[in-house]
Design a protein around this ligand. Structure first.
Ligand code: 5GP
Ligand code: MN
Length: 333
């Protein structure tokens, strides 16, 4: 991060601060936002975390979660908060389109200074301060590094530790994917010294769910999965009917996309999720295969090499055909 002294100086005065993150926030988006919130609030700043959409209820254990505003539930106050903020942190996204319609309010606020903290490829945000590293396992790692930069002697509280750990855990798929690094493990070791209770977070994230969700996963894997080992892909489809039948809640499809990768010859897994107006796509890949490129070039999306997302305006069947055609050409097997 360049010009850190100016940010340190800026934060010496109590400020009106907004922290925002991408639509349908995941563990890293929520964890990094609240890690920063729990750091800045005690310093005397007026801090508001605003999500562009709803977020999974199972993140309710994160300290400060009750204070997060969902723009869709609180549009006027969210707009006022953004338009009057002096400093706006953009966490865990690389393109202002990922926070629609909050991006419009940021544009209207001509005096606010922006800080971008992110680890996705191809950042497109023009910010005053930028902490961007695609090698970081998570945005939570970058928030931890921000503490190191701003205040080397800072010791994360138990609350901050839970937030940071949540993002590291979820973005590394529990220390199993390519984002898992020495730094991720070192930070986790330090957080344990700071009072982090790993079992508590595990219970909250993975042992606190609903029967409907488990039955939904079983149904998706047995009835709605297409495996094409000949072209190296596996697709899972979630349509509106399933969403209704299993009473799907925000976050219930998190992690589902990974299942086809357990098959030896499946190199890319895709989740096709029908939403009210569009189809949301999630891509995961093994090894060197870049799904970021595929999402950017074909589905108005992006992300990381091995985990990306995008959208389709076609029908479910047409979207499947388009994906199959792409991988017939890509020849990943
Ligand atoms: P997920 O599949 O879990 O929704 O997203 C995987 C990764 O791709 C995340 O890091 C997420 O931020 C990114 N991503 C998901 N959807 C989009 C999108 O529509 N546009 C861009 N640029 N990135 C996305
Ligand atoms: Mn992330």
């Amino acid at each position: 991060m360049e010009n850190i002294a100016a940010l340190q100086e800026f934060l010496k005065t109590p400020r009106n601060i907004v922290i925002t993150t991408h639509q349908k926030p995941d563990g890293d988006a929520m964890g990094s936002s609240l890690a920063l919130y729990n750091y800045l609030q005690p310093l005397g700043h007026e801090v508001r975390v605003i999500s562009p959409t709803e977020f999974p209820a199972y993140f309710g254990y994160l300290p400060g979660c009750d204070e997060v505003w969902n723009y869709l539930e609180n549009p006027s106050l969210s707009q006022i908060a953004i338009e009057s903020a002096e400093l706006i942190f953009c966490l865990d996204f690389n393109d202002l389109g990922r926070i629609e319609p909050l991006n419009e309010f940021i544009k209207k606020n001509e005096t606010a200074k922006l800080v971008l903290i992110d680890h996705h490829l191809n950042p497109q945000i023009d910010a005053e301060w930028i902490l961007h590293d695609t090698k970081a396992c998570s945005t939570c790692e970058l928030v931890y590094r921000l503490y190191e930069i701003l205040e080397p002697a800072y010791v994360p509280t138990k609350e901050v530790s839970e937030c940071i750990y949540t993002g590291i855990l979820t973005d590394t798929a529990s220390f199993s994917n390519g984002a898992t690094s020495k730094k991720a493990l070192e930070i986790t070791a330090h957080l344990l010294d700071c009072g982090l209770n790993i079992i508590y977070v595990q219970e909250q994230l993975n042992q606190n769910g609903r029967e409907e969700k488990l039955r939904f996963i079983g149904n998706a894997l047995s009835r709605n999965m297409i495996i094409r080992e000949d072209i190296g892909i596996g697709i899972i489809i979630v349509d509106k009917k399933d969403a209704y039948r299993f009473n799907l809640q925000t976050g219930d499809t998190e992690g589902l996309v990974n299942y086809p990768l357990s098959i030896k010859n499946v190199k890319v897994a895709i989740l096709i999720k029908q939403e009210p107006k569009i189809i949301k796509l999630s891509f995961r890949s093994k090894g060197e295969i870049s799904v970021e490129k595929i999402c950017r070039e074909n589905f108005e999306g992006g992300g990381h090499r091995n985990a990306s997302g995008g959208r389709s305006f076609l029908s479910i069947d047409e979207t499947i055909d388009k994906i199959v055609q792409i991988f017939e050409k890509e020849k990943i097997v």
